[in-house]
Design a protein around this ligand. Structure first.
Ligand code: SAH
Length: 372
């Protein structure tokens, strides 16, 4: 049984979940995750203050400004490799507080013509996050004004589908892990859907549901194996494949490079792991990105995929050591903290190896650096 919910918002979402399960029976993990994260009133992304030291978790751009700066320069180099199209849609999926985009735009300012070519498109469903982004990014000029160098126009969209066509560079850091997953459990008689149900006392618990047809089932799958499937990835990649104009996308997230079974559903609250069923709506709920599957999905959508490589390899090739040294020299009073933050991003036993980077592109384009 899960411990009692810890605050009002999880009590309210628990009531929603109980009503739903009472009405329709046990719900698939995917529906549970979707309600916990995206319920418009009680869901996790409707809460303010989720990212950051005072919130539940921190991400790479919140750890070091160097992360966003290197990505900004990477975007500018990719744009040059595309033949400097204008306009260029610079798209970020799940921009969080907007820190990555702010740092990226500041660093890319030095590349002649790049900011002038840009229109920025932020794909974000959370209203509190949009508010943070509006506060952090330079205020957009009123359309149809094209922007003046350091102030590219910025637009917000609920999904990538609404981003206008044309040449695009897409960045997604810790976005895919937030999209709901199904979990299938392999039993004696094949794959079954993993569900969430209520016990006699009304507490949430996991259960095994109906048989699930699944193409990747093999007789060799061990009994008890858990397979995680994320339909949201297929939708994003299909959208990218459907776009007109050249497109390069970079997905940075945690998860294995090779196909892997296992339950990776995790909940994080105030920087600690908690039971995913304990505080619904009040904890960040995520699951690993399966990079081998993601690359396959990209290819099926008519795109080419490069990688994955580890975050340490990616940032190393982009020159994180040099950039960090320069930043330390320019800010001697913060040198220790700057160095520690970079080490955290590239740590071989932490983020540096757990996080992977996969590039996806229109097949006629060359692989972007450092893949090419
Ligand atoms: N990229 C940021 C934030 C990662 S947290 C960073 O690195 O700090 C996940 C982000 O995705 C949040 O901004 C969240 O509001 C957003 N998000 C979650 N589900 C989404 C969805 N279905 N569509 C668009 N944005 C989503």
């Amino acid at each position: 049984m899960s411990p009692a919910p810890a605050d009002d918002s999880s009590v309210e979402l628990l009531a929603v979940l109980r009503e739903d399960i009472g009405r329709d029976g046990p719900m698939p993990v995917e529906r549970f995750m979707r309600l916990c994260l995206a319920d418009p009133v009680h869901g996790y992304w409707a809460r303010p203050g989720t990212i950051g030291a005072a919130g539940d978790f921190v991400t790479a751009p919140e750890i070091s400004q160097v992360f966003g700066e290197l990505l900004g320069l990477w975007c500018a180099v990719v744009w040059q490799g595309m033949g400097q199209p204008s306009p260029l849609r610079l798209v970020e999926l799940g921009p969080g507080r907007g820190t990555l985009m702010r740092d990226a735009l500041r660093a890319a300012e030095r590349v002649p013509g790049f900011l002038y070519a840009l229109s920025v498109h932020l794909v974000e469903t959370s209203e509190p996050m949009r508010e943070k982004q509006r506060g952090l990014l330079p205020p957009p000029l009123t359309p149809p004004h094209k922007g003046e160098g350091d102030r590219p126009p910025i637009a917000w969209h609920p999904t990538v589908h609404e981003v206008p066509d044309g040449a695009a560079i897409v960045i997604a850091n810790e976005f895919l892990d937030a999209l709901p997953i199904r979990q299938l459990v392999f039993g004696e008689d094949g794959w079954r859907e993993r569900m969430v149900e209520l016990d006699a006392a009304g507490a949430l618990r996991f259960a095994i549901g109906d048989k699930a047809a699944h193409a990747r089932a093999t007789p060799a799958s061990p009994v008890g194996a858990i397979l995680e499937l994320r339909a949201g990835e297929d939708e994003v990649l299909a959208e990218l494949g459907r776009r007109t104009g050249p497109c390069v996308a970079l997905f940075i997230d945690y998860g294995p490079a090779e196909p892997a079974y296992g339950d990776t559903l995790q909940a994080v609250r105030r920087h600690a792991y908690v039971d995913p069923l304990a505080t619904p709506g009040a904890a960040d709920l995520t699951a690993h990105v399966q990079f081998a599957a993601l690359a396959d999905k990209a290819r099926r959508a008519g795109l080419a995929a490069d990688g994955p490589i580890t975050q340490a390899e990616f940032l190393g090739a982009l020159g994180i050591a040099e950039r960090t040294s320069r930043l330390m020299a320019a800010n001697p009073e913060r040198a220790g903290a700057i160095e520690t933050a970079t080490q955290r991003l590239v740590s071989p036993t932490g983020m540096g190896s757990l996080f992977k980077v996969l590039a996806v592109r229109s097949p006629h384009l060359p692989p972007p650096p450092p893949f090419g």
